[in-house]
Design a protein around this ligand. Structure first.
Ligand code: UTP
Length: 299
């Protein structure tokens, strides 16, 4: 299928991050570090690997640390250069964005994810775009968004990353109602935001990666507040189902997703990423084994 290239990505980072209070009173959640990189860096790297060239941040008050993070740091860089610390300079390179590649729009009040995406409408224009929620961190051999872009080239329309969850957990997610299951790709005939366990139409939950048609923005224009009094992105995407040139597809990505918006998920990700890092693996894994052995012995 002939699809337009997905070259823009929206990163909604205007939420309050209340689950991480008091830290998020002064630190944006997206700047919190998983091993030694802020959450937002993982999302940016994933977007770059999928061919994204323009990065749109939907920010809010108190997020200036996030904007500074992607700026050049001339004093730091010249000091590292003077000391011959080329490895550290290389690490910093990933944090520098080309001039004009990154744009910020403000969401004045946290009125929901749908509203946050809508705030970026003028920068998105009339082309398909990706949305990445930085608190969903996905460890995968081929980065999740790159997998989705490949699948999207077959389907067009709208694509959401989907993951199987137990029924009791469905009420924390948007859940797909499946019309046709084609393996990795499913065609949706409905989408429900945070259904009760007994009302969930399937066990396929939507997580924070999307490729959306610009017509979703038109739907968001008309959106009223949904579940939780927020303007829900899920509701606008659900309206795309059945549209002639659109449709909504779920994509069962290959990889492990960590919900770094929750404390337990963040800790799990820290352990997994720490154990996967060649420079930390041996020491950290030995420490974990010892700690568990000591706990067992004490029981
Ligand atoms: P969450 O549902 O995790 O909300 O948002 P939150 O405010 O970040 O965190 P809690 O629940 O209070 O702890 C998912 C993503 O959507 C963004 C958030 O920044 C996060 O990346 N978001 C949410 C917005 O940008 N604006 C909103 O109005 C709501």
């Amino acid at each position: 299928m002939k699809t337009k290239k997905v070259s823009k990505a929206v990163f909604p980072v205007a939420g309050l991050g209340t689950r991480f209070l008091p830290a998020t009173k002064s630190i944006p959640k997206e700047i919190m570090t998983l091993v030694d990189r802020p959450l937002i860096q993982y999302a940016i790297d994933e977007a770059r690997a999928a061919g994204i060239k323009e990065f749109i941040f939907v920010t809010s008050r108190g997020k200036s640390a996030l904007e500074d993070y992607f700026d050049h740091a001339p004093e730091l860089e010249s000091e590292l250069r003077r000391k011959g610390k080329t490895e550290l300079l290389d690490i910093l390179k990933d944090t520098n964005m080309d001039s004009g590649a990154i744009a910020y729009v403000r969401q004045n009040r946290p009125m929901g994810l749908g509203h946050a995406v809508w705030c970026a409408r003028r920068l998105i224009g009339n082309e398909p775009f990706a949305v990445l929620l930085p608190d969903d961190v996905i460890a995968a051999e081929k980065p999740c968004l790159a997998q989705m872009v490949e699948a999207y080239e077959q389907t067009g329309g709208n694509m959401v990353a989907a993951m199987e969850v137990p029924p009791a957990k469905a009420s924390s997610y948007g859940v797909l109602d499946i019309a046709e299951d084609m393996g990795a790709i499913v065609k949706a005939k409905g989408m429900v935001e945070k259904p009760k366990a007994e009302e969930a139409p399937s066990n396929l939950a939507v997580i924070g990666r999307y490729i959306l048609s610009p017509s979703v923005l038109t739907k968001l224009n008309r959106m009223k507040q949904g579940v939780g009094g927020e303007i829900q992105l899920t509701d606008a995407i659900a309206e795309e189902i059945g549209s002639k040139d659109g449709g909504v597809y779920g994509y069962r990505f290959r990889g492990q997703r960590y919900d770094c918006g929750s404390k337990a998920g963040f800790l799990q990700a820290t352990v997994a990423f720490g154990m996967a890092r060649p420079d930390l693996r041996d020491e950290f894994t030995a420490y974990l084994h010892n700690t568990i052995a000591q706990q067992k012995a004490a029981q």
